[in-house]
Each structure stands twice: as structure tokens, then as C-alpha cells.
Design a protein around this ligand. Sequence first.
Ligand SMILES: Nc1nc2c(ncn2[C@@H]2O[C@H](COP(=O)(O)OP(=O)(O)OP(=O)(O)O)[C@@H](O)[C@H]2O)c(=O)[nH]1
Ligand SMILES: [Mg+2]
Length: 308
Amino acid sequence: MAAPGFRSGFVCFVGRPNAGKSTLTNALVGQKIAITSDRPQTTRHTVRGIVHRPDGQLVVVDTPGLHRPRTLLGARLNDLVAGTLPEVDVVGLCLPAPDRIGPGDRWIATQLAALPDGVARVAVVTKTDLAAPGRIVEQLAGAVSLADQLGFAFDEVVPVSAVSGEQVSLLADLLMALLPEGPALYPEGERTDTPQALAVAELVREAALAGAREELPHSIAVVVEEMVPRADRDAEHPLLDVRCTLYVERDSQKGIVIGHGGARLAETGTRARAGIEALLGTRVHLDLHVKVAADWQRDPRALNRLGF
Ligand SMILES: Nc1nc2c(ncn2[C@@H]2O[C@H](COP(=O)(O)OP(=O)(O)OP(=O)(O)O)[C@@H](O)[C@H]2O)c(=O)[nH]1
Ligand SMILES: [Mg+2]
């Protein structure tokens, strides 16, 4: 039985690629559970983060950015989000304060307009540390009129900065108030339910994205092939062998990911290893391989194999 007044439920953040959904998810959870980058379309799986509070439990569902799909991968990611929306208690539309509301936002808002009555809708104006107060006010007003044009009203409209932390706890309060009463959904202390191998693959992809240019970020996929404890180690100094494959779409990209004399791949490995060791709490030997899976973003069989 839940304590009287205890609330629990799901909020799903949606928005254009790069709107700040994953950064906000991490800020609310208070721990990095979703990878982020300044490249659009960083998130490719729904990631659930859990906010534990004395008065309730808020499960934050971070989703891939919504956009008009150009590949089968894009279409599958959009379907993933569309399937998630009707099942949550609250949908938060992320609108970055520095960017004017455009056709892409309108297209997403149309999907919010069509949601069943039981789903609350919140406009979240993100990245307020990057915009002047006047621009923030304009964006808040723009969100209200966007909904108005589509025949609905947001239950809340909130400005927030996930980077400075401004208004993050207010947002958590407002979201919590929109949840139904109910028992805790996850065990105390659990911050995410992402499987470990997927979290490791994502950290490798995040490291590979840092510094990657133009179309390359979209072309990278990562699979963990193996995670095994090194046999000859004593219990006090364990070492985990992690072997990953980085897939790219073309031969030319393979060279870029590997870099001159393997320098870029080594850099990716160093960066990823730090994150993986922090995540798993053990020393890690990370072994990265690069392979070509021609045009995998458009190939249904390759997509299935890569888990999309
Ligand atoms: N200054 C500032 N930058 C932010 C803020 N929130 C996100 N960013 C930056 O914006 C970029 C995109 O952030 P993400 O959280 O990866 O965006 P996303 O909406 O999850 O993107 P996709 O997964 O690609 O759809 C990153 O470089 C973040 O560091 C913020 O509040 N302030
Ligand atoms: Mg994201």
C-alpha cells in the first residue's frame, strides 16, 4: 500500500533533436543516465530515469528527438516516441529558449493535441541560461499560443536551465503535482532501468560523437560484444574486459573514426573508459573495433540486429 498522498507516474520529454531533453532528464534525476551531445539525434532509445522524493516517485522518460524522418532509423525512432506518449501521465514539450518556435515544434505539438484526455501537457522552455529575459518571455508566450492554435492548453508552462540548475526543482514539483496517487514503481535508490550493456554502448557512442562532424554522428552505432572479468585478477583488484564494435556506414567513415595512426579511436577509448569505470565502479580494459555495416540506417535487417 502507498502512503496517503504519495504520487507516482511517468513524464515523457519530447521535442526537436538537440532541444535539451536528455540534459534535463539527467538534471532531474541528479545523475547522468542519458548521454548528451551538441549533435542532433543523440538519443536513440527511450531512457527511463527515476526521481525519488519523500512525496512521490517521478519516472522521467527521455525520448529521441522528433523530426521528419529521412531514414528508416528516423521513422522507427518517431514510432517509438509516438507509442510512448499515450502511456504516460504527463508529456513535456521541450522548446529551447534561444530558438524561435518553428514548423518542427508545431508538428510535434500537433501530436500533443491528439493525446487522450488523461495525459497532462507541459511546455518546458529549456536552455534559459542561453537567452535574454525578453526572449524567454517571448518563448513562454509562443508556447501558450502554439497550443491555443491547435485547440488545447498546456497545464503548465515553465522556463528551466538544466545546465545552471535554475528552476529544475520547481519543474520537479510541478510535474509531481500532475501525477496520480499511487505506490512507488521502482525500488528505493534505483536511478534508471537501462541494461548495463546498453549503458556501456551508449557511453562509447557518446565518446565517439564528441568531435565527430557533419553526417558522421548519425552513422555511428555501438554494440557491446563481451564484458568479462579478467581471470587472473584477485578479488581486490578486479579488471573487466569490455569489447565493443563501432559500426559506421561507409569505408571512408572508418578511417575518420580510427584517425591518423589510431589516434582518434584511442581518444574515444580513453574518454569512454572513464565513464564506464564510473558507471560500473570497477577498472575496465576497453577494446574498440570499427566495422562497416553499409547503410545500416536504411536497412531493416541491420536495424533489427542493432536493436532498433
Ligand atoms: N547552455 C545550456 N546548454 C544546454 C542545456 N540543456 C542542454 N544543453 C546543450 O544542448 C545540447 C543538446 O542537449 P541534449 O540534452 O543532448 O539534447 P536532446 O534533446 O536530448 O537531443 P537528442 O537526443 O538529439 O534529441 C548539448 O550540447 C547540451 O549540453 C541548458 O540548459 N543550457
Ligand atoms: Mg537526447
